[in-house]
Design a protein around this ligand. Structure first.
Ligand code: AMP
Length: 194
C-alpha cells in the first residue's frame, strides 16, 4: 500500500497537490480539515467542538482528531492507499497513526513536506480566503496563529518520519505541475509503482 503523509504549513499547497496525487496513484484522500468542515456544515456535535478551536487557529484535541481519522480509514477498506493531508499535526497523532496502521499490516511509505516561506504562505492564504470564503483564511491574526501553532507543535512531526528514513522535503515554490513532478520523484524513491 502506498500511504503518504502530505505535510507543510497552512497555505503550502497540500490540498492542490493532494488532488493531483490521488488521481495519479489512485489513493483515498483524507483531509482532517475537510472532515471537520463537513461536520461544521452538517452541524454535528463534532463540528461544534472543532469549530471552537478552528475559529482561533488552534488544534482540535488529539483524542478527538485521532479517533475521527481512524474511523475514516476504517470506512475505506478497499482503498489502495491513503493520502493523509493535515494529519498528523502532533507527535502523538503520528505515533497513534503508526500503531493504527501497523495493526492493519501497513505503514506510512513517505512524508512529503512542502517547503514554502512565511511571506508567501500569508499571501496565498489571504487570496484563498477571498476565493473560498474560509473564515480562518480571512483574518490575519488567525492566519498568524495557525503558522505559530504549526511552528510550535507541528513542525516537529517531521523528525518522527526523518528518524524512520521517510522524510522528503519538497520545494513548494513554483508552478503546480513542477511541484507535482518533484512530489512524484520523491514518491518513486520510496515506493516502486508499477
Ligand atoms: P486545514 O484545512 O488542514 O488547514 O485545517 C483547518 C483547521 O482544522 C486547523 O487550523 C485545525 O484547527 C483543524 N485541524 C485540521 N487537522 C487537524 C489535526 N490533524 N489536528 C488538530 N486539528 C486539526
Amino acid at each position: 500500500m502506498l500511504n503518504i503523509v502530505l505535510f507543510g504549513p497552512p497555505g503550502a499547497g497540500k490540498g492542490t497537490q493532494a488532488e493531483k496525487l490521488i488521481s495519479k496513484y489512485n489513493l483515498c484522500h483524507l483531509s482532517t480539515g475537510d472532515i471537520f468542515r463537513a461536520n461544521i456544515k452538517g452541524e454535528t456535535e463534532l463540528g461544534k467542538l472543532a469549530k471552537s478551536y478552528m475559529d482561533k487557529g488552534e488544534l482540535v484535541p488529539d483524542s478527538v482528531t485521532i479517533s475521527m481519522l481512524e474511523t475514516e480509514v476504517d470506512k475505506n477498506k478497499q482503498a489502495l492507499g491513503f493520502i493523509f493531508d493535515g494529519f498528523p499535526r502532533t507527535t502523538a497523532q503520528a505515533k497513534a497513526l503508526s500503531t493504527f496502521l501497523s495493526s492493519k499490516g501497513t505503514s506510512i511509505s513517505v512524508m512529503l513536506a512542502l517547503d514554502v516561506n512565511e511571506d508567501e504562505l500569508v499571501k496565498r492564504l489571504l487570496l484563498r480566503g477571498e476565493a473560498s470564503g474560509r473564515e480562518d483564511d480571512k483574518d490575519k491574526s488567525v492566519i498568524a496563529n495557525r503558522i505559530k501553532v504549526y511552528n510550535e507543535q507541528t513542525a516537529v512531526v517531521a523528525d518522527f518520519y526523518a528518524s524512520e528514513g521517510k522524510f522528503e522535503k519538497i520545494n513548494g515554490i513554483g508552478g503546480i505541475d513542477l511541484i507535482f513532478s518533484r512530489l512524484c520523484s520523491a514518491i518513486e524513491k520510496h515506493y516502486q509503482t508499477a
